[in-house]
Design a binder for this molecule. Sequence first.
Ligand code: ADP
Ligand code: MG
Length: 701
Amino acid sequence: MHILSQAIEYLKGVGPSRAELLKKELGIFRNGDLLMDFPFRYVDRSKIIPIIEIQADSKSVQLRGKITKVHREGSGRKKRLRALLTDETGSLELIWFRGLQWVDKLLEIGKEYVVFGKLGFFNGTPNIAHPEMESYTSFRSKGNQGLAAVYHSTEKLNARGLDSKARRKIMQQLLDRITERDLPETLPQYLIDNQQLMTRFQALRAIHRPRHAAEALAARKRLKFEELFYIQMALLKKNQERKDQQKGYQFAEIGSIFHRYYNEILPFELTGAQKKVLREIRQDLASGFQMNRLLQGDVGSGKTIVSLLTVLMAVDNGYQSCLMAPTEILAQQHYQSFKEYFDELGLVVDFLSGSVRAKDRREVLARLASGESHLIIGTHALIEDPVIFQNLGLAITDEQHRFGVKQRARLWAKARNHSPHVLVMTATPIPRTLAMTSYGDLDVSVIDELPPGRKPIQTLHKRETQRPQVIAFMHDEIKKGRQIYVVYPLIEESAKLDLENLHDGYEQLLTYFPRPEYQMSIVHGRMKPEDKDIEMGRFADAKTQILVATTVIEVGVNVPNASVMIIENAERFGLSQLHQLRGRVGRGAEQSYCILMSGYKLSHEAKKRIATMCSTNDGFEISQVDLELRGPGNIQGTQQSGSVPLKIADLVKDGMLLSHVRSIAKMIISKDPDLSHAANSILREQLEQRTGQAHNWSKIG
Ligand code: ADP
Ligand code: MG
């Protein structure tokens, strides 16, 4: 059997019961798993310091001294073993809570040891809990140990003596038995040469036993490169295959309707970013293959107009389109703004949602089926069975990251020969690194420029004691004719309390803004949808000056006259949510404000979130901080694509490497699309092997 396929229990120092534990705790079954469980850091074992030189902020220390005292105390779970380590300059306590029988066997009073561990404090006195110990004689006999690998461990592993030191010993044994033939190369030679990478064999040895820091770094770089490279290759290949296979409707021309709208009706000049995105869309639509494009752009960046122009391309080529929004209100708003232009162009747009009456619904459905209607805008009702198109050529979703698999299938079934072109619009900026790994099989367009003349929203952080100022400010803004959102958090776990807060807040505001001089709307998730719509409508029509709401208003609503967003308990909101909420204001010509109200005690992360909001309006910058704070698995818009299972690369820190690797992968595929060159045969084999155990990179195509 291949050495890497052998079970770990046959390694010296492992055995059946430790093997069982390694399986359970770390999922390590075979030698190969052990080899692929990389250390997460290294410690310099060449330095031994005198006890007197220990600093309060020293992290790991390595000492050399004699054990001068051993003392057992307590019983049962409270059992402890304390020992005193003494060198010429002082003494330090060593302490064990678990695995005492191992330690007992090891410790000998009067013997000289090298002790290594993390410095801790008990009642202000420094100590080391569960240090790594080795007799000085044995330490010296090994010569310079250089960097020592530190592995992830668990309490149970430590209790059974499987700490980093034991792991290093086991690893050494394994490495001694592995030859270059056991670890064949997985990258083509030309990449190893021109990227100056270690070979796989070198890297896997060096990552566990580096001689110095530079070698550890080079080993990590090679392994990160390989990991990111094959993810990119797989995604780019998949994208390429989709394009080859998914024939789509060819929208060959930009026709008269598009031109008329663009030249005569469009009330403003498109931004450079909008033009760039339109060109990308135009290319897709003309290609004869199905478009699958994610359109990212901050709130207010002008995605709607891009989608409108895309619909006009479909119209000019004789196809129908649909636009799906997540809420009734948002769908209605789209309908209103599209209708204005469509009327002017003599085109037909229809609206469909659960609340459309039976008679109207029948008419809408008939117009769709006959092809009279060019565009239908609506909610999820659009994908229900009775909806039949004459020839659906384009499907757009707004503020929804992806169609679910089922929805997709149902929508596709509504098109005739090919799947319709797909455009997914989102205002949640996804950090570039994440977009490259989890959306790598989609084409991504970004609108990274706001229309001219926007005044950046000013964001301020205020505490409860500053509320009078905030109230006075609200009065000023209302006097100027502006409207104000006041948003409260509402989460399921504390729904009752949250709702009470909302109502208390509402009551309190009533005392500052009494009727009939002032009017307020209130909206929350517990209200009937009809009532919600009425209240939202009153605000949108400027019949009320203040809208008190939970986060239901988060998505898409457009009230350009609203210039102040007040977020209560801002510390309880996530960054992307805060950013989305803030995007509700700043849509008109006036200066807009976002006020983040919070308590005094804030967690480190809450402080960072609020500070970030106050310092930037850039959605991509914000999403980057979000990524750093929460890690890749939790970023909105990517949950559905599965977490990105990376072993060694880090999407937060390795962004540069990722871009670099992606561009290399792109170049290889463009030069050799089938990977048929001899030098690339290794790539083909690897891709086949790896996609067998593929991650669930979801797609909308
Ligand atoms: P998004 O959907 O990206 O949040 P919208 O499409 O709703 O943004 O656009 C926000 C506002 O900006 C709308 O009132 C729209 O008419 C306006 N707008 C869009 N593009 C431009 C532009 N190039 N110049 C001026 N105003 C624009
Ligand atoms: Mg929008």
